[in-house]
Design a protein around this ligand. Sequence first.
Ligand code: ZN
Length: 107
Amino acid sequence: MVMGSALSPESTSERGTFMAEITANYVTMPLLRLTVCECGVSMLYDHIKIGKVYQVYPQPLRGGFRCGQCGKHYPDIELVWVKQHGREYPGLMPWGLFHEPGEGSKS
Ligand SMILES: [Zn+2]
């Protein structure tokens, strides 16, 4: 596995372990919506369509999210690591893009 040169040396090992765990536990999930913001503007690129399948690490983090379109901040939103095609590293995306509200809390 080739690590990015932009990473600082002291964080590379820890980050690499973390990324390996994420990569080993991806599940394939389709995108259910394009925004989690009440402004309704898509937070994703225009060419991305609902139903596009991502590799998602389905362990939500309590992270917070600021809408890139209207600037509204959602402090309690859950984020998940998502691997996008063609990207070496996953990025955080709102969990709400991938599941229905209320789902996931019951087993
Ligand atoms: Zn917004």
